[in-house]
Ligand binder design. Structure first.
Ligand SMILES: N[C@@H](CCC(=O)N[C@@H](CS)C(=O)NCC(=O)O)C(=O)O
Length: 155
C-alpha cells in the first residue's frame, strides 16, 4: 500500500458509518476507532480509511478497496447495495484497466464512488493426474504431472 491513510468529508456521520461498516465488512474491513467526530476503519487494528463531518464543499471522491478474490468483490457489491448504495457498475472484469481487473462500483452517501477490486486472476481448480514411469530395476525413474483442468498438460 502506498497510502498510509485517507480521510473524506461526509454530511451525515451516522449514515456513512452504517453504510461503510456494512459495505466493507465482506472485505474484512471493520470500524477500528472513533475520535473527535471521525471514524477510522481498517484491518488488524490499523485505521487507514477515515471519514467525518466537514462543512467545506467537496466533490465526490473515488476510493478503491483491495479484495482478496473476485468472490469478495461480489460480496462487497451485494452488501453495499443492501446498505443503501447506488449501483455504479456491477462486478466484472474491466479489461480496459488490465485483463484481470475485477471490480465493482457503488455510490455511497454523498455520492462518493466506492469500489472493491481484485487484481488476481480467477482461481481455478487444479485437477491433476500424476504419472510415474520406472525401469524394471528402478535404476531410472521419471514423473509427470498433468494439469487436466483446462485441457492443458503441464510438464
Ligand atoms: N461505471 C463504471 C465505473 C468506473 C469507475 O468509476 N472507474 C474509476 C477508476 S477505477 C473512476 O474514477 N473513473 C473516472 C470517472 O468515473 O470519472 C464501471 O462500471 O466500470
Amino acid at each position: 500500500m502506498i497510502i498510509d491513510h485517507i480521510g473524506l468529508a461526509v454530511s451525515d456521520y451516522e449514515k456513512s458509518k452504517e453504510f461503510f461498516c456494512k459495505a466493507l465488512s465482506p472485505l474484512g474491513i471493520v470500524l477500528v476507532t472513533e475520535k473527535h467526530g471521525w471514524a477510522g476503519l481498517g484491518k488488524n487494528g490499523k485505521p487507514e480509511f477515515w471519514f467525518g463531518i466537514h462543512s467545506a464543499a467537496q466533490r465526490p471522491l473515488h476510493i478503491a478497496f483491495l479484495a482478496d478474490s473476485p468472490r469478495q468483490v461480489d460480496a462487497f457489491y451485494e452488501a453495499a447495495l443492501a446498505a443503501g448504495g447506488t449501483d455504479n457498475g456491477p462486478p466484472g472484469i474491466r479489461e480496459f484497466y488490465h485483463p484481470n481487473y475485477y471490480g465493482a462500483f457503488v455510490l455511497g452517501p454523498d455520492g462518493h464512488n466506492v469500489e472493491a477490486v481484485c487484481h488476481e486472476p480467477e482461481p481455478h481448480e487444479v485437477a491433476a493426474t500424476i504419472c510415474w514411469l520406472a525401469s524394471e530395476d528402478c535404476s531410472f525413474a521419471t514423473g509427470a504431472v498433468f494439469d487436466i483442468s483446462g485441457g492443458r498438460a503441464t510438464y
